[in-house]
Every structure is written in structure tokens, then in C-alpha cells.
Design a protein around this ligand. Sequence first.
Ligand code: GTP
Ligand code: SPV
Ligand code: MN
Length: 589
Amino acid sequence: MANPVPNLKSSWQQWLRDIASITQPSDVHCCDGTLEELNGIRERLVAGDELLRLNYSSFPNCYLYRSDPRDVARVEHLTFICTPSKDDAGPNNNWMAPDEAKSKMRALYRGCMRGRTMYVVPYCMGPLDSPYSRVGIEITDSAYVVLNMAIMTRIGARALDLIRGGRSFVKGLHSIGELDPDRRFIMHYPDSLEIESFGSGYGGNALLGKKCHALRIASYQARQEGWLAEHMLIVGLSSPTGEKHFIAAAFPSACGKTNLAMLIPPDSMPGWRVETVGDDIAWLHVGSDGGLWAINPEAGYFGVVPGTNRGTNRNAFDMIQRDTLFTNVALTADNQPWWEGRKKFEPKFDWQGRPYDPMGGAAAHPNARFTVSAKNNPIYSPHAEDPGGVPISAIVFGGRRRAIAPLVYQARSWAHGVLVGAAVASETTAAATGELGVVRRDPMAMKPFAGYHFGDYFQHWLNVGRRLTKAPKIFHVNWFRQDASGKYLWPGFGDNLHVLRWIVDRCENRIDANDHPIGWMPKQGDLPFASLGISSEFASELTSVPNDRFVAELADFRAYLKTFDPRVPPDLYDQLHDLELRAGINCQG
Ligand code: GTP
Ligand code: SPV
Ligand code: MN
């Protein structure tokens, strides 16, 4: 680096002064993260009718926030990676030259906090004492964002101490602006560790520690430094004999990470125990033992509310009965939160606060969310706070595919697993604005979150694999296969533990599998389809891949991969070629 080493001890204060002089807030509040401080912020929002206190006897310490109806999901088309070279951002990202982005944002930020408080939120991603943790400061004019950051990350004095001690930190600047979708941008400058977000107060657009820092900026740093920042849950499983495994799984947004991370073992698997390390993001490092070790950089959950109930996920349902900030759910007549899939009661007001009209669509927004501390999770793993992380036995990729991907299969090797991850595709969900239910390619569930060129990213995955002498095994799952009428073939939720058990048995080399062109598939009898009431017709559909669809899928994937040339690793093409040969395809495009 040509730049002289800045005086880090004071650089953060100079930065605050610079931002305040541009944005012109009426006052500045540095958050220390105490309970009294957060209660005060919350009370002011309640007094100003920006936050609604929910029914205290059924939902103690729970609140409802209603977003601007034009601001209810991530906006991928307005999200940019601003590297000096466009090529480095890759075709998987929107790109803008750093200077152009900076001046565009400067114009938006000028005077944007007039009459508002500028909150300064120092935060730490990961346990405060972990060598893998990273720090940042988010400046924001949204008190709602502060309340969320206080749950989702470790904010306050201890994070600031790390920055004062000289740690490099990510500078995040956020303003809700006027919430105008036409004046909204989320910019990332990975080289200078900066994030600039304007015009949205929602989730991944505004809680800058989450997708912006812990995935886009962190993935860029991770490539330079030899680790991985991934859109993955981390879950621990203990068998009745006491054997323990941790699994990391990458599924696209709203495709089941939180649910798998908090799974309740089905009655048919007595003695099994599940613990949650993380539900959305994993930072993975090669350990001195040659294994892969994971920490969860977050401290809370920003989870999808609709569909959560005692039957699907009792842990999540219990967890959000107290101390929870709800966003865009509906309301019952007695001020309880209500959502589609909540079995009891009925909505009186929809997520926009209008009288609920049963003919007028969903009462809760399909991307309604809960924000809650991980400490509320009845199965929060004590290992989630381990500074060195947890050892990963298996990596699982998955997506929402109604017709093609089987319930589960295993990759033949790490390199084949990287191909399996690169080939993930999924039907789009309400987590991002845009058309719903259309299949799109989403490698490693990182399409919206990789901070650099996917060709380089695939190469980086291969490189990390070469350093692993005890590499996790790699798998692919699909809970969302449907019959012709749209009914799910697999019960999902708690019963997904049967599939995880097969995965663990494969990791331990305890069971054989069928050699299928796509990878290793379960042998008949190794998954309890009949006892789950699944017909043999459905069972065979769940464990098969129709060859014509597979051939078409491979052609589509090859064309997609080509869009990342010339940076696609030759080894990945070799893997694809081998797969095509196994599938009986004799082509090279
Ligand atoms: P993000 O927070 O957006 O990253 O989402 P996520 O991957 O954590 O997804 P989540 O677990 O919140 O699930 C999203 C939706 O999928 C919810 O409506 C769930 O009810 C549904 N879902 C989760 N697991 C399963 C499953 O095993 N089967 C079926 N059919 N639906 C599921
Ligand atoms: C996702 O969309 O993957 C989420 C929600 O986890 S958000 O925080 O908005 O990114
Ligand atoms: Mn997510």
C-alpha cells in the first residue's frame, strides 16, 4: 500500500466530524449499547408513533415497526460493488467506479440529517474475544436501525475499545433519506472498507453489519486473506450415543436456513439433540488441524415470520414470544402480532395498518421479519461464543427447486462440491424485490452477496479446499420438490433431521450410497420414506433425477458458467466435463 499508515486512534473521530459536517444532524448520539440507552431510544419511537408496543401479557417487550410500503426487501438492482476495476466486481454484481459512486452519494448525503439525530453505532461481528471477529462503525439517522443493530451485533463500548486499540474497521454510513426508491443506493468500497447506503431502512439494505459488511466486504477480505465469508447457517447435531457434528448450510434467502438451524428433532428420532450456532452467515477458517472452523459473526436473528408456528418450528415460535422487534406483520384486535401460518386468532389490521380485507391479499407482508437476540433461542449453542469457532463436518448447499434437484446427494470430492455449489439455482422469494418464483442461478446462495467476481470466487473455494487436510464433505439438498398439483413431496422442517443423519453417516463412512451421475445418492431403506407416510412413487421421485431435465440443466449451467470466462477455473470446467460424461452428454461448448 502506498498510503502512509493513518493515525488510527483518532481517524474514527475525524471521520465522524466529516460526516456530521456533510449530513448536518441536529445532534449526534454515540451508542454505548446499555439497556437504559436502548430503552430510551425505544420509548422515543413509541412516543412518536413510529413503533407500536404489542400486547404485553401475550408478547412481553415486543414491538411492531411498519416500513414504508415501498421499502420492504433488499434491492439488488440498487446495490453496487465499487472496485477500481469493473472486471473485479464481475458480471454477478452491479458495478460503479468509486469516484462516481462517491460523488453521487455525496450529493444525496448533503444535509440529509437536518433535524435528525445522527447515531454512531460501533459494532463487532463475532464474539468480542475471537481472533476471527471484525469491527465496524455504522452511522445512521434511523433509530429503528440502531435497535436492530443492537440485537443483531455486539454494539457499544467494547466494540469501540477494539477500534480505539487500533483494529481496522469498516466505515458504514446510512441514511434513510426520504425512503424514495428512486433515490436509493447501497454502495460498497471493499478496498477502503467503506459502505454507503441511502434511501432504505430495511434489513440487508440498512443493517450494515449484516449483508454489506459480513458478506460483501468480508468475502472480499476473505479472498485476500485465505478464508471464506458465506451465506450459511451453522447447526450442531448430537446423536443418542453422544457423537457430535457441526454442519454449515448455504440456501438462498427465504429457503430454510433459520428453520434448519433451529430444528426440533421429530418423534421418530428420540435422543437426538440440535443446537444453533448461526442462522444466516458463517465465517470459515482453515484450522491448524487442517479442518474447517466456523464462527457466526451475528448475535441475533432477522428471520422470516410467515410460516412460523408450533408445528413448523416450535423453537422459533417460542423465541419470538418476548423481547422481539417485529417488522411488517399484521395485528389482531388485541394488539398481538399476526402472520400467515400463525394458527390462532385472526388479523384485524394488515401490515400497513389498514383494516384487514380477506380479499385483499396477505395480512402480513410475505417478507415480514422478526429481530431477536440469539440468547432467546432455547437451543442457542454454548459453542456459538467459542472464539475459535466450531469444526465443520459437512457443507450443504440447497435451493428451492420444484422439479429437478433430488432430496439429497453427496459430491464426490471437494472440487466436485465446488461445482455443486456453483450450480445452485433457486426460485426467487420475497426477500428481495422483483419477480417471485422464477428459477435463477444463485451459486453458493451468494449471488446477491459475493463482493467480487464469481470466477475468482470459485477459484478461491478450490484454493481453500487444497489447504484442508480434513475437508468437510459436500452435499446438496432440496426440501421443496413438488408433485404436479404443487404439493411438497417431502414433509421438511423437523424431518429434515433424517437427511442430516444420512449426511453424518456418510461423513463417518458408515453407510454405502448409490453411484449416480450427479453424485452419491441414498440407498433404498436409508431414508425412512414409508414411516413418514411418503408413497413409494413419491419416494422414488425424491431420489431420482429425470435424465432429460438433468441434461437441460447442465446445458443451462454451462452457458451460465461461461458468462464468468475467462476467470472460471479450468478445474471447474474439468469437473463439469466429467459430470457431463457421466450423464452421457458428449458435448463441450
Ligand atoms: P433468509 O433470512 O432470507 O436468509 O431466509 P432463510 O433461509 O433463513 O429461510 P427461513 O428458514 O426463514 O424459511 C423461509 C420460508 O421457507 C419460511 O416460510 C419457512 O416456513 C419455509 N421453510 C423452511 N424450511 C422448510 C422446509 O423444510 N420445507 C418447506 N416446505 N418449507 C420450509
Ligand atoms: C436475506 O435476504 O438473505 C436475509 C434478510 O437474510 S436481509 O437481512 O434483508 O438480507
Ligand atoms: Mn439471508
